[in-house]
Write a protein of this length. Structure first.
Length: 121
């Protein structure tokens, strides 16, 4: 966990990484593509429909992979904000504040947690 005092159990980031590996590059590619779309392609239509379908496929694959690895039994995994339907600004502010609160309490699993666990374990 990162930042401040920890009020949660240790998270096996290797287990999370293993569960996410099959979809990690596809998710990254989708996010890069989505963020780089020219304005005319962001209008409702076949391109946006295809990206939403890929997004749904990845969400299902990620959920299934996490379930196979047993992760949901032990961890809370927060679904990322969808670029297809981002929340309004006020809700984004609430999400941002919630993440800051969890980070301040040391309740977020971060990539460097595996290294610190090995040093203290």
């Amino acid at each position: 966990m990162s930042g401040g005092p920890a009020h949660a159990v240790r998270v096996d980031t290797e287990q999370l990484s293993a569960a996410e590996e099959p979809t990690r590059r596809l998710r990254l590619a989708l996010n890069v593509l989505w963020d780089g779309l020219p304005a005319p392609m962001t209008a409702p239509g076949p391109v946006l429909d295809a990206l939403r379908e890929i997004h749904q496929y990845l969400c299902t694959a990620e959920r299934d992979a996490l379930a196979r690895y047993g992760v949901p039994e032990f961890h809370l995994v927060v679904r990322p904000v969808s670029p297809a339907a981002p929340p309004p600004p006020q809700q984004m502010q609430q999400i941002t504040q919630a993440v800051r609160t969890l980070a301040g309490l040391g309740m977020l699993a971060m990539p460097d947690d595996a290294d610190s666990r090995e040093q203290h374990g």
